[in-house]
Design a binder for this molecule. Structure first.
Ligand code: SF4
Length: 297
């Protein structure tokens, strides 16, 4: 591969699904993230601005270094090397929230949960419950579509060891807040993958104007929280906890295909019905989760 094809993809140079152009404004500081996220008038603009963000120096260095060096198995491939845009229709009623892209998964392919084992598990489950058009997601431009679902991440850049710092999580939060604000009118269910995303989501929900319960519920697989209804709405969205389909969790059987399908299916049915008609994902608060360091995707 020629040297000029190593490293991050320049905005607007033809990568499939690249939401940005050469003139998309670039956030260089936490204040820029607040300003640009807040000003985004729609999901496309939000994705474009987020996908060129450079506000976290450690994460920018890491994602771009990974894109230059690459894993041997992908030595002939160009890496995306930029923050993850969300994936799925902007009016989706189901939102899936993960931790952060994986260095050789989303950071390589430019699509969240695409190109690694975690994504293989997630997309297969989404397909089985009717939220994805195909059971696999291998590359941007492969034809995959989400159906009434959208996937995003608490942190949009691949972090070293899949561990963003609390400060990086907080700097990235305005992108998630704006995503939630834009989805809010139709949003019916949120599936949260793993304890890190669960913790990151609550302050973002508050900043996005969602009603919250008086106490923050503990994360667990099958944890289920009905958010209070907002003025003029019959009900608030349903929040569902789900163990992350990380390699560690799937290898050890901590999460199985059936467990993923149960939670995603509950979200899909809840969104479609407009109410709680599913008993399969009742709260299982006793199975609380520690943060799994391998849970990026
Ligand atoms: S983690 Fe978020 S805020 Fe930080 S550089 Fe990446 S996109 Fe920007």
């Amino acid at each position: 591969m020629p040297d000029d094809e190593r490293g991050p993809v320049a905005a607007g140079t033809g990568w499939p699904g690249d939401p940005a152009t050469a003139t998309t404004p670039v956030a260089l500081t936490a204040g820029d993230v607040v300003a640009l996220a807040g000003a985004a008038g729609g999901a496309d603009e939000l994705d474009a601005c987020a996908s060129v963000c450079r506000a976290c120096p450690r994460l920018v260095d890491w994602r771009e270094e990974v894109a230059r060096v690459r894993r041997a198995a992908y030595a002939g491939e160009r890496y995306w090397g930029r923050p993850m845009p969300s994936f799925g229709p902007p009016d989706a009623r189901v939102l899936v929230v993960g931790l952060a892209p994986a260095a050789h998964g989303g950071n390589r392919t430019g699509r969240i949960f695409t190109g690694d084992r975690s994504g293989d598990w997630l997309f297969a489950a989404l397909y089985r419950v009717g939220l994805a058009a195909s059971p696999t997601s291998t590359a941007a431009g492969d034809g995959q579509r989400l159906l009434d679902a959208r996937i995003t991440a608490a942190v949009r850049c691949a972090p070293p060891a899949n561990k963003p710092t609390p400060a990086e999580r907080d700097v990235c939060r305005p992108w998630l807040v704006r995503e939630l604000e834009l989805l809010r009118p139709r949003l019916r269910a949120i599936v949260v993958l793993g304890g890190f995303a669960w913790q990151a989501l609550w302050p973002a929900l508050a900043d996005a104007g969602f009603g919250l319960p008086p106490r923050r519920p503990a994360f667990g697989h099958g944890a289920r929280v009905e958010l209070p209804a907002l003025a003029g709405a019959p009900a608030g969205p349903l929040l569902l906890g789900c163990y992350h389909p990380s390699q560690q969790n799937t290898f050890t059987g901590r999460v199985t295909a059936a467990m993923l399908e149960d939670v995603l299916g509950a979200a899909a049915r809840h969104a479609a019905s407009g109410g709680d008609q599913d008993a399969s994902a009742r709260t299982v608060q006793s199975r609380s989760s520690a943060l799994d360091p391998t849970e990026g995707s």
